[in-house]
Design a protein around this ligand. Structure first.
Ligand SMILES: [Zn+2]
Length: 301
């Protein structure tokens, strides 16, 4: 095992995925443990330590840990401010606790940021200098990388593309706002709009078979996506937008609509800013890979 290995963990709602990763982004070994359901903060911490210990048995030379956590991570990346998935964590000083237990430096990052960093270093964002990442799952995750650095913001909450408002007084969002982009481009949102038209038939296979109602729903999603991302383009001027998540499997069905809607939205003065779109290539490994690389970068400072 090369001495440059770091460990990356992706702490999700159902599993804690771990990997030992080389500095070139190769996964040397993996270990996954179930996330304790409705666990206390101590249960969650124990599960993370179990995963780390198993990885260190296989990769004893690993010398830093990166942790991707679904939630709002404080700007100093030492505590979980709040997590909808892990309500027992409130202002939880997780990094300090883990460092004391495992004896390695730990770097923590929001899971969408970590996954975007993985794509930026080793996947669909490689070679760019500035990119936006948007994950179209049941909800919508977002992350911004500008001039080679993750944008975290004053309180660590930057890059929440899914909760930028695109329709004034629009559909009520789980976050408490109304009309957030998440309610128009997420898997949940397209299923909501499909239900009255297609009952509970699976949308994607139907669209692949050429069903015009299903195709129209994807076109509509693409228009919303392009329209919403036009604001991101005006803010950070990305070279590429990396689209990931379950809905991205259908990207070919809405890519043109997204690009065209963005061109229209940006208007004649800003059309040249329309970025490339690319589908993420790392799948569910993006979080582990990004977290491991962020741990490496922090250690190198
Ligand atoms: Zn929202």
């Amino acid at each position: 095992m090369p001495a440059v290995t770091t460990l990356g963990l992706d702490v999700g709602a159902t599993t804690i995925k771990g990997a030992a990763v080389s500095d070139s982004g190769t996964i040397m070994t993996r270990h996954t443990v179930p996330t304790p359901s409705e666990g206390s903060s101590a249960d969650l911490e124990d599960a993370i330590v179990t995963c780390l210990k198993a990885l260190r048995t296989i990769a004893p030379s690993a010398d830093a840990v990166g942790l991707a956590v679904a939630g709002w991570i404080g700007a100093d990346r030492r505590s979980v401010v709040f997590s909808a998935n892990f309500p027992s964590w409130k202002e939880e000083p997780l990094v300090q606790r883990l460092e004391a237990r495992v004896g390695l430096p730990v770097v923590m990052e929001n899971d969408a940021n970590a996954a975007a960093w993985g794509e930026f270093r080793f996947g669909a964002g490689a070679g760019t200098d500035s990119m936006a990442a948007i994950t179209l799952g049941s909800g919508v995750g977002g992350a911004l990388i500008v001039n080679g650095a993750l944008v975290r913001g004053f309180q660590g909450a930057a890059g929440e593309i899914g909760h930028s408002v695109m329709i004034t007084n629009g559909y009520p969002c789980n976050c408490g706002r109304s009309g957030c982009m998440e309610n128009y481009v997420s898997g949940r949102s397209i299923n909501r709009r499909a239900l009255p038209v297609l009952s509970d038939q699976d949308l994607y296979p139907l669209a692949l078979r050429g069903d015009e109602r299903a195709l129209a729903l994807y076109t509509e999603l693409g228009r919303y996506l392009g329209q919403g991302l036009a604001n991101v383009v005006m803010l950070i001027n990305p070279e590429r937008v990396v689209v990931s998540g379950g809905v991205a499997e259908a990207f070919e069905l809405f890519a043109d609509a997204a690009t065209e809607a963005m061109r229209v939205e940006l208007g004649p003065s800003w059309r040249a800013l329309v970025p490339e779109f690319a589908v993420g290539t790392l799948g569910s490994d993006a979080g582990c890979l990004g977290a491991a690389d962020l741990a490496r970068s922090a250690r190198a400072l």
